[in-house]
Design a protein around this ligand. Structure first.
Ligand SMILES: Cc1cc2nc3c(=O)[nH]c(=O)nc-3n(C[C@H](O)[C@H](O)[C@H](O)COP(=O)(O)OP(=O)(O)OC[C@H]3O[C@@H](n4cnc5c(N)ncnc54)[C@H](O)[C@@H]3O)c2cc1C
Length: 382
């Protein structure tokens, strides 16, 4: 039995490793010139700062199995993501917390006072919010929405938040204390030497052969017992039902002699600033010391056919198109669709790794029990 894995991101690497460990031969195909997919990190030649080439990646999870798995392949350094936002000449702390509220409104509220205050701002007349904007009005009122959500969301998604579904903002996006840790997860960190080394260690196995700069063609599946495809589901079918919508990112890199902004991530919420945020990469490795600094100005725009797809849009039109691709995938023989592109979802690294471990487990048990290997390994693909 021989398996093909398309894509050398976390999805492909983890499935390859799990199958290789059981003695199966695995060929991994990667169209880019490097492994690690969008989690790829590399050292900047000029500054030796570790760069997160496709945008900043912070590992955060509550999943013990995933945390223990990934820790076998690297040394995690403690890292807490503390994001700031510039708006209308001020710098504020995110996610919106007591510090943000007190600073923004020039107050010294206690937690209970802030709860009452935010409740007094929220739009009580909106019972069933029809879109993202109304949902935000209902939760936090117009001023905080305008400062921290309107401009940023408009730039990020290229459309007015009133055209986005209310479901994007599921819970009250406010903390009534001074906790500015962006994530709530128990385990958080960044690998000491970046993510590329982690993925390299995962695929470093005698049964795995990696072919870089090699696009896997659909007809190649006949050379293998089974193929795991972590590329875009629409590309597999030559976009025959149309191209699924994504947002892509452009990064404008600058090198400076000093500390540029004093933090890793600074959002820009004003609509007259064209970029969504500036990331300063040396602050993602605070255990290192560098004289020079590298920053990325991040711009979001609609993804064209030759761009790298980043965030799936998943509005109504895309969901209808996705359903047509899922129907086609379910008829496709010898292929499983996996990972963020294969299932057209935004998924964090921990979810990606958890799903890949599960895909490998289900595959091995299917082989053992002479059952068909599933096309999808998740329930909520539609
Ligand atoms: C800007 C940004 C920031 C993020 N930040 C975080 C974060 O802070 N924390 C977090 O947990 N997650 C973060 N993520 C999510 C993280 O990037 C994903 O979870 C992860 O990349 C998914 O891995 P994957 O292997 O499924 O996909 P990918 O990493 O995209 O790998 C798929 C690979 O398949 C290759 N490929 C596609 N088609 C073919 C083909 N036909 N032949 C050969 N190769 C092919 C591609 O080149 C690619 O390398 C972020 C994502 C983005 C966009």
């Amino acid at each position: 039995m021989k398996f093909a894995i398309v894509g050398a991101g976390f999805t492909g690497a983890v499935i390859a490793r799990e199958l290789a460990e059981k003695g199966y031969e695995v060929d991994v195909f990667e169209s880019r010139e490097h492994i690690a997919g969008n989690c790829y990190t590399e050292r900047c030649n000029e500054t030796s700062v570790l760069i997160h080439k496709y945008g900043p990646h912070i590992f955060h999870t509550d999943n013990v199995e995933v945390w223990e798995y990934i820790n076998k392949f690297c040394n995690f350094m403690p890292y807490i993501n503390r994001v700031k936002s510039t708006y209308d000449g001020g710098v504020y702390s995110l996610p919106i917390n007591l510090h943000t509220i007190n600073q923004f409104f020039g107050k010294t509220l206690s937690p209970n006072e802030a709860i009452e205050f935010i409740a007094s701002l929220s739009a009580s007349d909106i019972r069933e919010p029809k879109n993202f904007e109304e949902q935000a009005y209902k939760f936090i009122g117009k001023d905080l929405y305008k400062a921290f959500f309107h401009g940023y969301t408009l730039k990020q998604w290229g459309m007015e938040p009133s055209n986005l579904p209310a479901s994007i903002l599921k819970r009250l996006p406010v903390r009534f204390n001074y906790n500015d840790n962006y994530f709530n997860h128990k385990y958080q960190g960044i690998p000491e030497n970046g993510y590329t080394e982690v993925v390299a260690k995962i695929i470093d196995h005698e049964n795995i052969s990696v072919k870089l700069k090699t696009v896997f063609e659909r007809k190649q599946k006949y050379e293998y017992t089974h193929t795991f495809y972590s590329g875009p589901i629409d590309s597999w079918f030559n976009n025959e039902h149309g191209v699924l919508g994504y947002r892509t990112l452009d990064f404008e890199q600058e090198i400076h002699d000093c500390d540029y902004q004093g933090c890793a991530v600074m959002n820009y919420a004003d609509t007259d600033v064209p970029y969504t945020r500036i990331t300063e990469h040396k602050h993602f490795s605070p255990w290192e010391s560098h004289d020079k600094t590298v920053i990325f100005k991040e711009y979001s725009r609609s993804c064209e056919i030759d761009d790298i797809p980043y965030y799936p849009i998943r509005l109504v039109e895309e969901k209808e198109m996705l359903n047509r691709y899922i129907d086609a995938a379910e008829k496709e023989k010898g292929v499983s669709f996996v990972g963020r592109l294969g299932t057209y979802r935004y998924i964090d690294m921990d979810v990606t790794i958890g799903e890949a471990l599960n895909a490998a487990k289900v595959t091995l048990s299917s082989i053992e029990n002479e059952l068909k290997i599933p096309v999808f390994f998740i329930d909520n693909v539609r």
